[in-house]
Write a protein that binds this ligand. Structure first.
Ligand SMILES: [Zn+2]
Length: 179
């Protein structure tokens, strides 16, 4: 049983194009043998649409051997956060200063993004404001978007993320969520 969900998050998809893109990626995953349709696969103990395909092990660092692997596309405006991994630091996209998470009011900017309001966060070092979606969360990255692919039981690495990015024609980020 895995204690991490791994997301590949599309950083650029609009809500309108997300369903078509989700279908395109799931079809590609099936064609590569990375995923196979399944009636009893699970992601974080909820029903998923797909389980691991015959070639999945060639694409990931590791694969859960206890047959609990699941994949599902999640459509909808979502903050793909790192869960129990927490947030230690935030890096300003303008000056690359890394601030302690306690020293900047990033929670308000995240809420603003979610509500489609002002999502900018001002940097205490360079005093420039940037969208929270451009700040880099550490140690574990966060993703902001309308489309994410959840993998449970898969050791997703950059190779798979890059391939999915190519299918999407969009930038992606890998988010590790401790559950
Ligand atoms: Zn700055």
């Amino acid at each position: 049983m895995s204690d991490h969900l791994i997301y590949i998050v599309d950083r650029d998809a609009t809500l309108e194009e997300a369903p078509e893109l989700a279908a395109r990626v799931m079809q590609w995953l099936e064609e590569q043998g990375i995923a196979a349709p399944s009636a009893d696969a699970e992601v974080a103990f909820s029903p998923a649409t797909h389980c691991a395909g015959a070639n999945a092990k060639d694409w990931v660092e590791w694969l859960d051997q206890f047959n609990r692997c699941g994949i599902i596309a999640e459509i909808g405006r979502q903050v793909f956060h790192a869960g129990g991994n927490g947030v230690e630091g935030l890096e300003c996209p303008q000056c690359q200063t890394v601030h302690d998470a306690d020293d900047v009011d990033w929670g308000e900017a995240v809420g603003g993004w979610y509500e489609e309001q002002d999502d900018r966060l001002a940097c205490p070092a360079c005093e420039k404001s940037s969208s929270i979606t451009d700040w880099r969360f550490s140690e574990m990255e966060w993703g902001f978007g309308n489309l994410g692919f959840a993998f449970d039981g898969f050791g997703v690495e950059q190779k798979l993320a890059d391939a999915v990015s190519e299918v999407l024609g969009h930038r992606v980020v890998i988010v590790y969520r401790a559950i």
